[in-house]
Design a protein around this ligand. Structure first.
Ligand code: PLP
Length: 507
């Protein structure tokens, strides 16, 4: 793969010279486009009989906060979903490659999960944690069985932000220290406390939040100052070159030095903890060098801190090789937070920790939350775990995800504006650039055009990265290879058309 890319870079330079700065394919001609054929789906949506489109837009304008933005110039009004498919109000079908922001883990309205929810809806909705109910107990046992010792005590919460809030409390109660470190570019939530951990400018408020939270350099091997051709745990490596001997990673050593520098300069001698997503989601599926988290965890523990894995996007088999993202780094966190895919879109989240840390929290506070252990959430989350196992979804993430990743990586040889293709399983990022040599982010106008055209051809992609320059792919884990082929054909077709426009209009 690395060799392929080196020779491509040389060839693409020649191509750039020949085509006046615009290259999409060596020897390609302007083409007549035939839209890719969407794979079949044996589900027919109901007729849409709710509010008219324009009325919804008007309500949005009058009654929603102006900062609640939507994707696309003409926002998509969705009506129904079935597994990996979504249907809009006019009955048009879309292949969903973003799962409502990495949330619909097993498929929209998965029949087994829907039936479990419907049965429970007719029986009992809510109890509160002051009573016992079997659903959440059964679920607690099933969930913790999937985590290694000593991660056996679970707390139920309602969102990823709330789970991370609680994890911050745990880290501070247990360590008796206050400083918490997270990566720049990380997204850990939007509550007043977690906004201290979140390090994406667009989400930072003009008011004080999350005191005693410090950020450190994100070891981003594509966009950061260091990176090479074998740093990350992915089937596809960056286009950057390096001369590291096998088993060595210069980029990793440099980023670890930065981490040490953070420990020396911006936090107290003893710290409360360190939060990390195993792969950054909102920042555009950013992967760290192999071995980085292992060394960082050790440094944190030497300072009295605990290590928190935010598995809100990476958990529940999405990465394919492992059920949890931290396992792919060979580390054992002290606290694991989870949300989104845990209940396939039903609002629920959880924090799992050790009995020792749970004891420290109990000494420090009386944790209470009305909906914690809600019977509906318990039943749904339990059915989600069954579906992951029975439908072989972790295995499918591995197989279909790798297939899709490699097919997307091939497009990089054709399109100069694909800077990086990365990820694991069904968590994939395609970072778009002005050209592969500069690695400058593709301007927003071009990103938006490509994004919208994919949607018009029936393909829904997500966006991420500080400049919104990365397409994010995290479909329901039931997607098939045939559908992955369709996704690649659409992306290919849209990029070809885009490069032709680029040649004419000089964006
Ligand atoms: C990694 C990560 N952690 C935490 C959160 C916060 O979750 P929620 O939006 O449910 O509060 C998100 C949301 O995108 C996330 O991606």
């Amino acid at each position: 793969m690395a060799l392929l890319k080196v020779s491509f870079l040389q060839m693409s330079k020649r191509c750039l010279q020949q085509h006046g700065g615009v290259c999409w394919k060596l020897g390609s001609k302007l083409s007549v486009h035939t839209p890719p054929k969407m794979p079949p789906c044996d589900f027919t949506p109901e007729r849409y009989e709710s509010l008219p489109y324009n009325q919804i837009l008007e309500i949005r304008k009058q009654n929603f906060s102006p900062q609640m933005s939507t994707y696309f110039q003409k926002p998509l009004l969705l009506h129904q979903g079935y597994m990996q498919w979504l249907f809009d109000y006019e009955g048009k079908r879309y292949l969903d490659l973003f799962s409502g922001i990495v949330t619909v883990s097993v498929g929209h309205c998965h029949p087994r999960v829907t039936t479990a929810a419907q049965n429970q809806f007719g029986r009992l909705w809510h109890t509160s944690p002051v009573f016992l109910h079997p659903a959440i107990h059964e679920y607690a046992e099933k969930l913790t069985a999937l985590l290694p010792e000593p991660l056996k005590v679970v707390y139920f919460t309602n969102s990823g932000s709330e789970a991370n809030d609680l994890a911050m409390m745990m880290a501070r109660s247990h360590s008796q220290n206050v400083d918490i470190i997270s990566f720049r570019g990380a997204y850990h939530g939007a509550s007043p406390s977690t906004l201290g951990l979140t390090s994406v400018g667009a989400f930072k408020p003009r008011t004080t939040t999350g005191s005693n939270c410090q950020t450190t350099m994100c070891p981003d091997v594509f966009r950061g100052p260091w990176g090479g051709s074998q740093c990350r745990d992915s089937l596809v490596q960056t286009i950057r070159k390096c001369s590291c001997a096998p088993g060595c990673c210069e980029a990793n050593s440099q980023y670890i030095e930065q981490f040490k520098n953070t420990l020396h300069t911006v936090v107290a001698k003893e710290i409360a903890g360190f939060f990390a997503e195993p792969i950054q989601g909102v920042n555009g599926v950013v992967q760290y060098p192999k071995g980085f988290l292992k060394e960082a965890f050790q440094l944190v523990r030497e300072r009295g801190g605990v290590c928190i894995a935010d598995e809100v996007q990476t958990g529940f088999g999405r990465l394919g090789t492992h059920f949890w993202g931290f396992q792919s780094h060979g580390v054992l966190p002290d606290i694991v937070t989870m949300a989104k895919g845990i209940a396939n879109g039903f609002p629920m989240s959880a924090v799992v920790t050790t009995p020792e840390i749970a004891k420290s929290l109990t000494k420090s506070m009386n944790f209470f939350n009305t909906f914690s252990g809600n019977p509906i959430a318990g039943v749904i989350a339990s059915a989600v775990l069954d579906a992951i196992k029975e439908d072989g979804l972790q295995e499918n993430s591995q197989e279909t995800g790798s297939y899709l990743l490699l097919k997307l990586a091939k497009l990089q040889n054709e399109f100069e504006i694909i800077g990086d293709v990365r990820g694991k399983g069904l968590m994939i990022g395609v970072e778009m650039v002005q050209d592969q040599e500069s690695r400058q982010p593709l301007p927003l106008k071009e990103m938006n055009l490509i994004h919208e055209e994919c949607k018009d051809m029936g393909l829904l992609l997500g966006r991420g990265g500080l400049f919104s320059q990365t397409f994010r792919i995290a479909p329901p884990m039931c997607i098939t290879k045939e559908e992955a082929d369709f996704a690649v054909e659409v992306f290919h077709s849209v990029l070809r058309r885009h490069m032709e426009k680029r040649a004419k209009e000089k964006f």
